[in-house]
Structure formats: structure tokens, C-alpha cells
Design a protein around this ligand. Sequence first.
Ligand code: CUA
Length: 323
Amino acid sequence: MFNLDVPFFPEQASSLAGRIDGFIFSLVGLSAFFATIVAILIVYFGVKYRYGNKEVDRTNPMQENSKLEFGWSFIPLVISLTVFVWSAQVYFEIYTPPQDTLNLSVIGKQWMWKIQHPDGRREANELHIPVGQAVKLTMTSQDVIHSFFIPAFRVKQDVIPGRFTTMWFEATKVGEYHLFCAEYCGAEHSRMIGRVVVMEPTEYEEWLREGNALTSAGGTDSSGAALFQQQGCSTCHKLDGGKGLGPNLTGVYNSEVALESGGTVLADEEYLRESITNPQTRIVAGYPEIMPTYQGQLSPEELLTLVDYLKSLGSGETAALEN
Ligand code: CUA
């Protein structure tokens, strides 16, 4: 874990922050090292070979030194490969969430962030999360491209209309941090800001309960299970191994799905979303092209809720364990 308190740098408040800073500062150090050598040599040769200096040899004879040539090829090769392997490791950590995550949904719209917690509590421009727990966000936009950016966690991800993107992080310190939109999205872009509140897990539970007491009072059932019935999904898609006109959806999330066109696809959030809005694009092997498109029938919230519901039916890994 790399830790450096640079005064003009955002605080390190996630499990990845130290890894990312360590890498960035190493790159800066490496560049500074070579830039310094080059700068010193420019000055040195500038003075030494200045106009009118008769003390120096300007004949410039041909010289060969294969050890030197091998050295200046091999050393940079080792350095650049080290940088490549190191950055690839960090990259894979950023893009590989752990198995057990708290899953939240985020919707960006001009000009606010809407966030939904697993048990239905919603909030705007604020993100409450427990400390020491990996959190995964599934995000989409209602209008234009936004970008969800938490500097203290060193995470940033574009939020795109008609597509689901995901990101994860684990907060390591209780506190409040900035939340920004980092993609120019219109006149009020600079005011599309908020805060991330990292709480002790018990406080977070308490906070969730307070909210549910507020929201569960009356209103229609907008849970994923209810939507699955209302929208008619359950007519064709059976659960728990049952056979229907469409694929069984228990354990579909995170599983490898064979496609009618050949090949397979990982059924992640984005594939599930696409299969609802554009079902003809990537058909599951062995099924006819009969599902109607739900493009425009479901709001971004409803899409997120439905996909959350499908995820709650178990994932590829757990399904494989049960069989
Ligand atoms: Cu949303 Cu900038």
C-alpha cells in the first residue's frame, strides 16, 4: 500500500487509491528522472560546444560500442514492460469487482445523480455507503453522457444513455467525499455535484431502515418481481429450471450464454439490458426470435430494477455450484 500525503492531492479513501497513486507517482518519478538527465545534458553540451569554444574536438569521428547500444535498447525495454505489466494488474483490479458486493443503481440526468439502494431507498446527489464493504454501481443515463467521478476513491466511469456501465470500489475511511460529473453535459454541468457519505456498517443499516419506513408507506409495488409479472416477462421466461418459450432466467446473471449466431457471451448487466431493449441483437442458442422489444416501454429506473431482479435470481457461479 502506497501512502503519500501530498497537500494538493485528494485524500486516499478506497482500497484501490493507494495502488493507483503508487503507480501514477512512479510514472511521474520515472519521467522526472529521464527529463532531468536530458535537461542536464542539454545545458552541458550547450555550454561545452558553444560558438567560439576552440578547446573542443568537432571532428565527430564514427564510433561503435555494441555494449552501449545493447544497453540503451534493453534497459528501456525492461522498464516499459514493467510499466505495462504493472498497469495491467491495476487495470484488472479496477475492472474486476469481488464476488460479494453491495449493488446500487445510479441514473444520471441533466443535472443530477439519482441513486437507488437494494431495499428501495432512493437518494439524489448523495451516496451513502458502508465502510469496508465492496460496492458495485450499475449506471445508466436518462439523457446525455455523464461521468461518475469520486476523486478520493480514484474511480471514474462514463454513464451512457441506452447502456449499462458498472464500477466498483471499497471505501476504507468513514467521512464525506466529493462526487462530480466529469463529462461536459450541458449548461449546469459544473453544478452536477454531490457528496459521498461513508458510514459504519451499523449506521448504514440504520440509515436504510429510516428510508424504508418513509418509502414503504403506500404506493404501488415497483419491485423487480412485480415488474417481471406486470410486463409479462413471466409468460415466456420461467424460473427455477421450468421450461418456457424463452430461456429460464434463474442463475443467468454472470453465466456464459451460448448464442444462436455462434459463440458465447457473458450475461453481465449490459447483456441483460440489451436483451430487454433489443432482444433480437444477440439471441440465445435454440430460441426463436419472438421476443418484442421493450425499448421505450421501460424507464431507466425500471430497467435497472428488472436487471437487479434478474441478478437476485442467482449468478452463474452459484448456479454452477448448486448443479
Ligand atoms: Cu452530467 Cu456533466
